[in-house]
Design a protein around this ligand. Structure first.
Ligand code: IPE
Ligand code: IPE
Ligand code: MG
Length: 249
C-alpha cells in the first residue's frame, strides 16, 4: 500500500490511492475560445496535456487511467472539428506510442472503430498491439465510445451465446464490456465545471467517487491532478454499508 507523499491524514488508517482513475477531459473548446483560437487548438493543447497526467499516474502507481477522448455523441459536431480532432489524435499516436511502450504503458481502446477513418483506425490498432505486453499502467482510450451502446453490445453477446436468463449475472455483463478484466473506476474526474457523465462508464461508475473542477482540461496540471488523488483519499467509501470504524471508535 502506498502513502501520500507529504500530507498524511491524521487519525485514519493508511489511505488508499485510487487504482483506477477515469477522466472526462472537457473544456478544450472554451480554452481555445478564451484565447481567440480555433477549437482545434484547444484539442491540440488538450492532447498535449495528457503526457504529464500519465507521468503523474505512473508516479502514484495508479493501475488504470481511462481518458474520454471522443464520444459517440461527438459525431454531432461540425465535420471540420471532427476531422481536425482526428488529425491531432493520429499525430499524437505517431509521436507517443514508442515512448508509451518504453515506459510500460499498455494502451487499450474502449469503443468502436466503425465510421472512423481507416488511417486513424489503423493507428489505434497499432498502439494497442504495440503495447500489449506492458503491465505498468493500463491506459484506456475511450474513443468513439458510448456507454449505453457498450451495454447493449454486452447484452447482445450474452443472448447470442444462448445463455439462459437465469444465468445472467452482473459479473457476466462486466466481462462483456470493453473494460473486461479491469477494476471499476474508483475516481472520476471531470474538468470545465460540468457535472454529468455524458454517456461515460455508466455501468462501471456505479460506486465511483466524483471530483470536478472549473479548470479546463488543457490547464489541468499534474499538481492539480495529485490534489484530486489526495481529495479522493480523504473520502470515505461505503458501498452501501456502514462507515468503516476509525481508531477512535
Ligand atoms: C472536450 O472538450 C473534448 C471533446 C469532447 C472531444 P470540448 O470540445 O467539449 O470543449 P467545450 O466543452 O466545448 O469547451
Ligand atoms: C464528453 O464531453 C465527451 C468527451 C470528453 C470526449 P462533451 O463536451 O461532449 O459532453 P457534453 O456534450 O457537454 O455533455
Ligand atoms: Mg465539452
Amino acid at each position: 500500500m502506498k502513502s501520500a507523499d507529504d500530507d498524511s491524514i491524521p487519525g485514519e488508517r493508511e489511505p488508499a490511492f485510487p487504482r483506477h482513475v477515469a477522466i472526462i477531459m472537457d473544456g478544450n473548446g472554451r480554452w481555445a475560445a478564451e484565447r481567440g483560437l480555433p477549437r482545434a487548438e484547444g484539442h491540440r493543447a488538450g492532447t498535449e496535456n495528457v503526457r504529464g497526467i500519465i507521468e503523474a499516474c505512473l508516479e502514484a502507481d495508479v493501475e488504470v487511467l481511462t481518458l474520454y477522448a471522443f464520444s459517440t455523441e461527438n459525431w454531432l459536431r461540425p465535420r471540420e472539428e471532427i476531422d481536425a480532432l482526428f488529425a491531432i489524435l493520429s499525430d499524437v499516436i505517431d509521436r507517443e506510442t514508442d515512448e508509451l511502450r518504453r515506459v510500460g504503458v499498455r494502451v487499450r481502446h474502449l469503443g468502436s472503430l466503425d465510421g472512423v477513418p481507416e488511417s486513424l483506425a489503423e493507428r489505434v490498432r497499432y498502439a494497442v498491439q504495440a503495447t500489449q505486453n506492458n503491465d505498468r499502467l493500463v491506459l484506456n482510450i475511450a474513443f468513439n465510445y458510448g456507454s449505453r451502446a457498450e451495454i447493449v453490445g454486452a447484452v447482445k453477446r450474452i443472448v447470442a451465446d444462448g445463455i439462459d436468463a437465469s444465468k445472467v449475472s452482473e459479473a457476466m455483463i462486466s466481462a462483456n464490456l470493453f473494460t473486461a478484466g479491469l477494476a471499476d473506476p474508483d475516481l472520476i474526474i471531470r474538468t470545465a465545471g460540468e457535472m454529468r457523465l455524458s454517456n461515460f462508464l455508466l455501468w462501471q461508475a456505479a460506486y465511483a467517487e466524483y471530483w470536478c473542477t472549473e479548470v479546463y482540461w488543457p490547464d489541468l496540471t499534474p499538481a492539480l491532478f495529485r490534489t484530486a488523488l489526495k481529495d479522493y483519499m480523504r473520502r470515505q467509501r461505503r458501498f452501501g454499508g456502514l462507515p468503516a470504524p476509525t481508531a477512535a471508535t
